[in-house]
Design a protein around this ligand. Structure first.
Ligand code: ARG
Ligand code: ZN
Length: 877
């Protein structure tokens, strides 16, 4: 049954407090939940009490201390109904028994390695006890955990520690935790296990001391130091930038190796996928370090945007996720290079969100209907959601935005809020009517912003026409114009920035260089324009739209040379690359000789030679669009083989032309050690990896030799993996030897082995599919560990387009088999894997037919999970 936004009703009961008592046992954990309930004045008078469950076994039930007989309630695994309850407040004591070992869904109480842990968002709490498992029921929790001390010396739950001790006569002990902040059940967490710990402390802006701890597998403590540092920087940053102080005496993080997603913001007890905690120079890349910093910050920032202010219902998921992603993006921008951060944000958005928004799984940032909420933790809700918050700040200005945030924190603290509540704060702070802006939350699809310029040399005027259009998406055919903030600048041919003068724009639009497109079309005539200008549009990616068409190549080359907006300089390089690749695609389709792109190559030479000024930026600008980028830009009739071939052709052309410069850069940016995971070091390493790739493209022998040398002598994982990536592409015995030696060196390190699996899965040559199949029987492969599964199968399906979309259907066979195999055990992860088909309708006809047949097979399966059924059904619709 679908759940609809318009069906929202307040709960019939409120649960003021919850006392949980856990007796941890591997297969029969006993949970006693004592709830104090009362009728919600906003609920239906006289309504029955109906609590959610999921695969639960009820042991006993008491109402106000009296044991209830079986005729006084109805208990099924997924519901507990009491038709007659007192009108005044009452307590309900519910005893359930759960089997954490059998819980392979990794939702509810489960085991990761030898530890007990929980994951309750979105609807996992109901797998522990019967409850009003919805985000608008806020309660104060006390949690007592009892366990065998030898098995679980560490016992953690939300809030502050209250009491702990041994239980007489045996090896059992207990701990009691109390969280004074009312919270919804999805923020509950518990951990029990034998874990190592890193401790630190943080003094908040009002001078309170907070004890910090990160729990990891014994022996990995040193690898949690960077995460700890990131945590302290996050806590300080939220105070400085948003005035938000931490509110408990302790903040605990636990890293586990079996986790369905990245991490979870449980109040005072964040639980993390260990890949977002553990790092050392020998085992983690610069990208891993940046990921840890971002996810640590993200979960910490949820303490205010998510926990203190939570969501009224799951349709409001973007209220906490989009906003918190925006906050972690800003944090990363402050910690690292702002332009480089912005470019990676947009690359990420275009890689996953744009295809999602253009395909059958498209949905608004705030969806209005769902079958399975777990399928809505999407790039649209997170990344596009973040772009909407950024756009709001762009529209009303940073200061007014901050005032709006203050109002939000002040007014909605302790509540379960909505997107309307959020927007009302900014309407108030800015005095603006934000009703058109709100359309961004309810309308799916990426608007296309098109521009046309006309220069009048006699009048010295330049007329810019901006138009917008959003194509229909599933279930939403009519689209209204949205408000699009278009940041713009005009440059003269020699790179001088022109003052904007126009009677068609408000003075503040001109002074800010930000015009608003609110209707379908807007025409702006700029005066005193001495010659045909170069237009820099959508600077900083000021709105999540597709901009069409790209300027003429000559203008792009100029923009790359002198635009003072680094994002648009990067964009110019990308647009030039796309044009060059698509010219090759067209030529190949007509059987013509491949056209060369001398202008683009010359621009890249300038970037490479001048890379020292900002190596990280140069590395991004020198990187070619991926085959996924090409597929998205093509939009229809996609044949990844043709795109891959054209891309490799251009790569060889560039490598050939820039060989000497690439070799020089490779030498110049040599690692001077010691390794530091900061942005500056990472930028130099990224540039060097690009240089190595170019050398290998122009001179495979030379590139192979350099890569082998780097692979042997690398002082850190970033360089070692760059070398291995180059060797993987070059192939031959050197590649196989390198993979073998890498395996030997890191066989005991699961997170590094994930890289080993991934890199092999992404080799763009036909034999890879067989290689992946063979790797599935490798003793280190596992279908039950989500990280390992994503490393091999996820990488294959998402980052190896030529193999995944092989014309013989072998890639689709492989994915389908794995999805169906995983589905009964872990539906969330199976459904997520299947979403790698999000863009299938853009494929050319033969591949489309193959995918469609597979999706029909899946839908026809009996016993398919709701999660996977939902994705397959929507993908076909
Ligand atoms: N709230 C978590 C985060 O963004 C993610 C939880 C994902 N839950 C899920 N069922 N997919 O930090
Ligand atoms: Zn989040």
């Amino acid at each position: 049954v679908p759940v609809r936004l318009t069906d929202y009703r307040p709960a019939d009961f409120l649960i003021d407090s919850v006392a949980l008592d856990f007796r941890l046992d591997r297969t029969a954990t006993r949970v006693v939940a004592t709830l104090t309930l009362r009728r919600n004045p906003k609920g239906v008078p006289g309504a029955a009490l109906v609590l959610d469950g999921d695969e639960l076994t009820l042991v006993s039930l008491k109402l106000d201390g009296r044991a209830l007989g079986p005729q006084e309630y109805e208990a099924t695994p997924d519901r507990l109904t009491l038709s007659a309850v007192p009108d005044g407040p009452f307590t309900l004591e519910i005893e359930t028994r759960v089997d954490p070992t059998a819980n392979t869904q990794l939702s509810g109480l489960y085991r990761s390695g030898s530890a007990y842990c929980t994951q309750c968002e979105a609807e996992g709490f109901r797998r522990i006890t019967y409850f009003l498992d919805r985000p608008d029921v806020l309660s104060v929790y006390t949690t007592r955990i009892e366990a065998d001390e030898r098995e679980a010396p560490v016992l953690l739950a939300n809030g502050n520690p209250v009491e702990a001790g041994k239980i007489a006569g045996g090896s059992r002990h207990y701990a009691v935790w109390r969280d004074p902040f009312p919270k919804p059940s999805y923020l509950f967490a518990l951990v029990g296990g034998d874990l190592g710990v890193v401790r630190d402390s943080f003094t908040t802006m009002s001078g309170r001391e907070v004890a910090l701890a990160i729990y990891v597998e014994h022996g990995k403590e040193a690898r949690a130091e960077y995460a700890m540092d990131a945590l302290k920087r996050s806590m300080r940053w939220d105070e400085e930038k948003f005035g938000r102080e931490y509110d408990l005496d302790v903040f605990n993080i636990v890293a586990v190796s079996d986790f369905n997603m990245g991490a979870m913001e449980n109040k005072g007890l964040n639980v993390f996928n260990d890949k977002y905690v553990l790092a050392s120079p020998e085992t983690a890349t610069d990208g891993d370090y940046a990921g840890i910093e971002a996810v640590i910050a993200h979960e910490y920032f949820h303490n205010w945007t998510g926990n203190r202010i939570t969501c009224r219902d799951w349709f409001q998921l973007c209220l906490k996720e989009g906003l918190t992603v925006f906050r972690d993006h800003e944090f990363s921008a402050d910690m690292r290079s702002r332009p480089v951060q912005r470019i990676s944000e947009v690359r990420g958005l275009r890689l996953v969100q744009f295809p999602e928004d253009a395909g059958p799984l498209a949905h608004p940032v705030r969806p209005s209907v769902y079958h399975e909420i777990n399928n809505f933790y999407t790039s649209t809700v997170y990344e596009k959601g973040s772009e909407l918050v950024r756009m709001l700040r762009t529209l009303i200005g940073a200061e007014t935005f901050r005032r709006g945030m203050d109002i939000y924190f002040e007014r909605f603290d302790g509540t379960a809020a909505t997107v309307e509540d959020f927007l009302s704060c900014f309407a108030e702070a800015s005095g603006r009517d934000l009703s058109q802006f709100a359309l961004w939350y309810s309308q799916a699809g990426t608007p296309v912003l098109s521009s046309e310029g006309a220069y009048d040399p006699d009048a010295k005027t330049f007329t810019l026409t901006l138009k917008q259009e959003t194509r229909p998406t599933p279930g939403q055919t009519d689209k209204k114009p949205v408000v699009i903030p278009v940041a713009l600048a005009l440059f003269s041919e020699n790179g001088q920035k022109l003052d904007l003068a126009s009677r068609d724009a408000r003075p503040e639009e001109l002074s800010r260089g930000l015009v608003e497109l609110t209707g379908a079309e807007r025409r702006l005539t700029f005066e005193n324009v001495p010659s045909r200008p170069i237009v820099s549009l959508l600077r900083g990616f000021s709105a999540p739209v597709r901009l069409e068409p790209a300027p003429a190549s000559a203008d792009l080359e100029r923009q790359l040379a002198f635009d003072d907006d680094p994002f648009n300089r990067w964009q110019a390089a990308q647009s030039l690359a796309l044009r060059a690749i698509f010219a090759r695609v067209d030529a190949a389709r007509q059987g013509a000789a491949a056209p060369e792109a001398p202008g683009y190559v010359a621009a890249l030479r300038t970037l490479l030679v001048g890379a020292d000024a900002d190596p990280a930026f140069a590395a991004q600008a020198l990187s070619l669009p991926s085959v996924i980028d090409l597929a998205r830009e093509a939009g229809s009739d996609v044949d990844p083989d043709v795109h891959h071939a054209a891309r490799m052709g251009l790569r060889a052309e560039i490598g050939g032309a820039l060989r000497a410069d690439a070799e020089a850069a490779y030498a110049r940016f040599a690692d001077k050690g010691p390794y530091r995971p900061d942005a500056a070091g990472a930028g130099r390493r990224a540039l060097r990896a690009v240089a190595l790739d170019l050398v290998a493209a122009g001179d495979p022998q030379k590139g192979g030799a350099l890569a082998q040398e780097l692979f042997r002598n690398a002082g850190n994982m970033t360089d070692r993996l760059s070398a291995l990536t180059t060797l993987a592409l070059l192939g031959g015995d050197a590649r196989e030897a390198a993979f073998e030696s890498f395996y030997k060196q890191f066989a005991d390190d699961p997170l590094v082995l994930d890289k080993w699996f991934s890199l092999q899965a992404t080799i763009p040559e036909p034999a890879t599919t067989q290689r992946v199949i063979k790797l599935m029987s490798h003793p280190d492969f596992s279908l039950t560990n989500p990280n390992r599964l994503r490393a091999l199968i996820g990488a294959f399906a998402n980052a190896n387009l030529t193999c995944f979309h092989a014309l013989d259907g072998s890639g689709y066979d492989l994915l389908t088999r794995v999805v169906l195999d995983v589905d009964p055990r872990n539906p969330q992860v199976a459904a997520r894997l299947l979403s790698s088909l999000r863009a299938w309708r853009t494929l050319e006809a033969r591949r489309r037919a193959l995918v469609e047949a597979k999706l029909r097979d899946i839908v026809a399966r009996e016993g398919l999970s709701a999660d996977t059924r939902d994705i397959a059904t929507r993908a076909l619709a």
